[in-house]
Design a protein around this ligand. Structure first.
Ligand code: HDE
Length: 713
């Protein structure tokens, strides 16, 4: 095993991240290393003598009929037959990790009395599950899709779940539309195609007839839907919740997660390739970062609107297809979450974790957001069919505070609760708790209403914010949106579908609609359908760049052939390690590669982690080509390595080259505009198009710094 891979594997097992929830889970964790028995047993605890041969009636020379009587074989097979549970109807594919949440101070106490949001001395354990939406459990990670970002806070007052996404708005305004939306999004019913994509007639048919989706579709066609990493995406509660303070005042609130590392995406071409090269790319990325101690971190923010300002906006603050632009309602950062522990076993933790928007704690409440109201019903209901009515007793779901009530029985009841099981009862078992002692208090909201089905007036406007979003992107982000629409609509073969969507797009942006319509054969608009309505500041991903550029947790490849400069590679590795990046040596073979001065085959070499085909440049954030005459020549003679480097350049990755490596790079990247170092004796760094080169390496020089160029630049 190569050294870097070994280090990662070793670190996986040593990460502890002990929180109250992790200790709680340990009651249910079996560690075979601690030898809980001397060996194999049945589920009822009897030692098993032979687990390889089914009991049979045989004369010993040849097999005879298998005997149904073999209770050990039967248990083994029957238990296996039922290993699967239904996958989630949406968000089936996911990855999870444990962590903790804390607030910086009590500044939110003006809005809420929930200790999880106001008590800085508390460390609240969390579990987060990230997911894609459309694909099934076995689909690829890097598909174009919305990402789920669901957080369970195990607070001392009970569990609180923010079941959010990485996009701040949603496709529909009323929960009753959800089954229609998801039927249209999912693979088409006649042939179950496509998987992990929305590039098909039914999705575009639906959203074309459903203009309230326009804003969300813009986000889904942007770079947000192909994140570089779960660790580099924002999270949003999306729905409007409420906060209640100790004076009994109510506030409307939206929840935000902002990643410490900034918001970064893959390029579409990379995403496509990684889906084949490493379908578990995001899952592994999360594990690898935690294992290396580069714990993913998000700042937690709230946007707050007091009740008195509820009607002050030209959109309805209960409409989940709208953001609250930050110029109007700033995000107040009040805390942070760190993920510091990978799971021990996927199924009991990531698969069985079950979120529910209705899980709130005192001081936090709901609003009349019609999407949220429906979600509050749906999540509990879906867990019943996925996990059974006692789903909240599962180790990953149970709170860290005590639970006592009069709910009883049901499949897989794990608790034995003594005494009376109803209220009121003569012994005062499990009495209700008054609000001043912690009982959940609903806000006494005044309601004067007519029972009816409706969309209120402000819910009828659908294009202002779709346009605001597009206007606020940089030119290259806009170009990506044009390509995404063109890809998706090209996969629709029904002209009714692509013609109607290209028509709709003109309500968002004239140029966008024109370009997409030309590309896909849609309806090319002749003039803009409406006025252009301005920009907002915190929508483009560039707005979230970290204050200090960082290489923390980035994957950097050093591309070598026999004859490379060993001293340089070792110095670079040390520099990257200090910056908490991981370095991967990619060579002509996994195993020994020979530096200059060593005879090939002498056995005295340096270990490569992968060969050129094993991990392509798509798998890395930056690549480096060190010096070494023979090595550079060997690289230049291989079509494979030239393609490897060209792809990195095409994907706008930072590329570094030194000495003779520069000549190879010139060969690979034949662009006249790219400036490369020419003097082999000089340590002066040239830098253009994200390509940084120098004649020779100067330990700690500008080169390592230059390599921190952000991916988006
Ligand atoms: Fe969900 N959603 N959803 N959703 N959702 C589910 O619950 C639903 C919506 C989100 O990692 C299901 O446990 C309705 C918005 C995430 O386990 C189900 C509506 C947002 C996850 C369900 C919505 C989400 C789910 C399926 C419209 C972003 C995965 C399995 C009213 C704020 C959680 C499950 C995990 C999962 C229903 C809309 C996020 C069926 C009815 C808006 C992250 O209950």
């Amino acid at each position: 095993m190569s050294s870097a891979v070994g280090a990662v594997k070793q670190a996986f097992t040593s990460v502890t991240g002990q929180t109250a929830k992790v200790s709680d889970l340990q009651q249910n964790t079996i560690d075979p290393a601690k030898k809980p028995t001397k060996g194999l047993t049945t589920d009822h605890g009897v030692f098993i003598r032979d687990t390889d041969n089914w009991l049979q009636a045989s004369n010993g020379a040849r097999p005879g009929p298998a005997l149904l009587e073999d209770q050990i074989a039967r248990e083994k097979i029957m238990r296996f037959d039922h290993e699967r549970i239904p996958e989630r109807v949406v968000h089936a594919r996911g990855a999870g990790a444990h962590g903790y949440f804390r607030v910086y101070d009590d500044s939110a106490s003006k809005y809420t009395y929930a200790p999880v949001l106001t008590d800085p001395s508390r460390v609240t354990p969390t579990f987060v599950r990230f997911s894609t939406v459309q694909g099934s459990k076995g689909s690829a990670d890097t598909v174009r899709d919305v990402r789920g970002f669901a957080t369970k806070f195990y607070t001392q007052e009970g569990n609180w779940d923010i079941v959010g996404n990485n996009i701040p708005v949603f496709f529909i305004q009323d929960a009753i539309k959800f089954p229609d939306l998801i039927h249209a999004v999912k693979p088409e019913p006649h042939n179950e195609v496509p998987q992990g994509q929305t590039a098909h007639n039914n999705f575009w048919d639906f959203v074309g007839l459903q203009p309230e989706s326009a804003h969300m579709v813009m986000w889904a066609m942007s770079d947000r839907a192909i994140p570089r990493s779960y660790r580099m995406m924002q999270g949003f509660g999306v729905n409007t919740y409420t906060l209640l303070n100790s004076k009994g005042e109510r506030f409307f609130v939206k929840f935000h997660w902002i990643p410490e590392l900034g918001v970064h995406s893959l390029m579409w071409d990379e995403a496509l390739k990684i889906a084949g090269q490493d379908p578990d790319f995001h899952r592994k990325d999360l594990e690898e970062a935690i294992a290396n101690g580069a714990f993913p971190k998000w700042f937690f923010g709230i946007q707050v609107i007091p009740e008195a300002r509820e009607n002050d906006f030209d959109f309805d603050i209960l409409d989940a297809t709208k953001i609250w632009p930050e110029e109007l309602v700033p995000v107040e950062i009040i805390g942070e979450m760190v993920l510091n522990r990978t799971v021990d076993e996927y199924f009991p933790e990531v698969e069985q974790v079950a979120f529910c928007t209705a899980h709130v704690v005192p001081g936090i409440g709901f609003s009349d957001d019609p999407l949220l109201q429906g979600r509050n019903f749906s999540y509990f209901d879906t867990q019943i069919s996925r996990l059974g009515v006692n789903w909240q007793q599962l180790p990953i779901n149970r709170p860290v505070c005590p639970v006592l009530n009069h709910h009883r029985d049901g499949a897989m009841q794990h608790k034995i609760t003594k005494d009376l099981n109803y209220w009121p009862n003569r012994r005062s078992i499990a009495p209700p708790v008054p609000a001043n002692e912690g009982g959940y208090l609903e806000y006494p909201q005044k309601i004067q209403a007519i029972k009816q089905r409706l969309r209120s007036a402000k819910f009828q406007e659908h294009y202002n914010q779709a346009q605001l979003f597009y206007n606020s992107l940089t030119e290259f982000e806009k170009a990506h949106v044009v390509s995404a629409f063109s890809f998706e609509l090209s996969h629709c073969d029904d002209p009714v579908v692509y013609e109607s969507y290209t028509k709709l797009l003109n309500n968002v942006d004239f140029n966008l609609a024109k370009q997409v319509a030309i590309n896909v054969g849609g309806v090319v608009p002749q003039k803009p359908a409406r006025e252009n309505n301005g920009r907002t500041t915190r929508v483009s991903q560039l707005a979230f760049a970290p204050k200090e550029p960082t290489i923390k947790s980035r994957r950097i490849a050093i591309l070598v052939a026999d004859g490379f400069n060993l001293g340089e590679v070792e110095a670079l590795r040390a520099a990257f390690k200090a910056g908490m990046a991981t370095t991967w040596i990619i060579g002509p073979r996994r195993g020994v590669v020979y530096p200059s001065g060593e005879e090939v085959g002498s056995g005295k070499g340096y270990s490569a982690d992968h060969h050129y085909e094993g991990q392509r440049s798509t798998m890395f954030d930056a690549i480096i080509i060190p010096s070494g005459a023979k090595h550079a020549q060997a690289l230049a003679e291989s079509g494979r390595t030239i393609h490897w480097v060209r792809e990195a350049f095409g994907h706008c990755k930072p590329i570094g080259a030194l000495g003779e490596g520069v000549a190879f790079l010139r060969e690979a990247v034949q662009l006249p505009g790219v400036q490369l170092a020419t003097n082999l004796d000089s340590n002066v760094v040239t830098s253009s198009y994200g390509v940084v080169t120098a004649g020779k390496y100067d330990a700690g020089s500008a080169l390592a710094d230059a390599l921190t160029i952000k991916q988006d630049e």
